[in-house]
Design a protein around this ligand. Structure first.
Ligand SMILES: [Zn+2]
Length: 212
């Protein structure tokens, strides 16, 4: 059994960011992590957000947003690069599970972005399918360089914006859900040292003016 999340896109975004604040402040509530919640969820899930982030082990989704079982539908790849299975998984979270929010979660010191920069700047090739990841991050590296950026955070922000753009460009399901007011897509940059998830871009929510 599945049912659409009862939260609006705005409420889902506020709920997610409130959890990050608790995590940052060192006052986590660890919601929805007990045996009752576990049993309640057995018949079906109704997460309130799709969390599409980098695979990096330092940004575990439920921990950094202080959430529990059944809250987040999580998809992760190195550098949050996109392929058909990723798009299908995110679309499933939105169209079948009814998530009102998709979050792209990048972070500073991202190895995938660093490797893509190294490939561009020093011509160091990647082996095997790692090359696939590098090649998918490369357009963001080139765009950031063309804009004159040199700081790590600017390359990370570009890859986050690029990923949000690709989701909307490639997926009719996502762009149509957003056009109908049923979905917001946010891009967040996670800071490893203090745990803060900074807003990079927010699309489809009422308080879009808050987007950087
Ligand atoms: Zn990363």
């Amino acid at each position: 059994m599945t049912r659409p999340s009862e939260l609006s896109p705005d409420e889902a975004f506020a709920t997610l960011m409130a959890g990050n604040r608790r995590f940052v402040d060192g006052t986590p509530e660890h919601p929805n992590q007990d045996a009752v919640r576990r049993a309640d969820l057995a018949p079906g899930q109704a997460p309130f957000a799709v969390l599409f982030g980098c695979s990096d082990s330092r940004l575990a989704a439920e921990i950094v947003f202080d959430r529990g079982l059944g809250d987040l539908f999580v998809v992760r790849t190195a550098g949050h690069v996109i392929g058909p299975e990723v798009l299908g998984s995110i679309e499933y979270g939105v169209s079948v599970l009814g998530c009102p929010l998709v979050v792209v979660l990048g972070h500073d010191s991202c190895g995938a972005v660093a490797a893509a920069r190294q490939a561009v700047e020093e011509g160091i090739p990647a082996q095997g399918y790692v090359r696939d990841v590098i090649e998918k991050v490369t357009p963001s590296v080139l765009a950031a360089r063309a804009a004159g950026h040199t700081e790590d955070r600017d390359f990370i922000a570009e890859q986050i914006r690029h990923t949000v753009h690709l989701l909307l460009e490639r997926s009719n399901i996502l762009s149509e859900a957003m056009a109908e007011g049923d979905l917001a897509i946010a891009g967040l940059a996670y800071r490893l040292t203090d745990g803060i998830a900074d807003l990079i871009t927010l699309n489809g929510a009422d308080h879009v003016g808050a987007a950087a």
